[in-house]
Write a protein that binds this ligand. Structure first.
Ligand code: PNS
Length: 165
């Protein structure tokens, strides 16, 4: 059984949905590397990479969760870390097709690397970074969706954008 898993993503910002998946993952793996992807197709990140890494670091003990970044293909990064497990969370059915595509592509590129899925807890089924940002932008309370230390910086960033625009 693998001791280490890589949990890749954009984490812009870290949500309680991510926290839930990492906590569930830690029941299976001794350590998880949370890896922030640097060249994803998504444009216009709200938080800098450093801010995102810091959000993750503040949430978890260092001996269980390591934070890192990666450029390029996830499977190349996993190999460079000597890790053959990728952890991903599944929420509603809508995630399935996207996750299936990615897992199959990664399996094609690296048959030795396995993607392991963890089902999101029922309270986190509808949380995504994108939705949380959208709802917060319209002034709604999102405190139940993000860790406490993410809440104020998130609201401040969104206010600054609204003031600019
Ligand atoms: O937070 P997200 O958008 O769900 O994360 C997607 C991510 C970063 C896991 C995915 O885009 C990724 O692995 N990007 C790295 C490039 C790569 O390896 N692409 C091929 C796999 S489909």
């Amino acid at each position: 059984m693998a001791e280490l898993a890589i949990y890749p993503g954009s984490f812009d910002p870290l949500t309680n949905g991510h926290v839930d998946i990492i906590e569930r993952g830690l029941r299976v793996f001794d350590r998880i590397v949370v890896a922030v992807a640097l060249n994803v197709r998504k444009k216009g990140a709200l938080f800098s990479v450093e801010e995102r890494l810091d959000q993750i670091k503040r949430q978890f003990p260092e001996d269980e969760v390591e934070v890192d970044t990666f450029h390029g293909l996830l499977v190349d990064y996993a190999r460079s870390r000597g890790c053959n497990v990728v952890l991903r969370g599944l929420r509603a059915v809508s995630d399935f097709e996207y996750e299936l595509q990615m897992a199959n592509m990664n399996r094609n590129l690296a048959p030795d690397i396995e993607t392991v899925f963890v089902m999101a807890g029922e309270n986190h089924f509808y949380i995504s970074s994108t939705l949380v940002k959208e709802v917060a932008r319209f002034g709604e309370d999102i405190s139940e969706f993000v860790p406490a230390h993410v809440l104020d910086p998130l609201n401040e960033k969104l206010e600054a954008i609204d003031d600019e625009g």
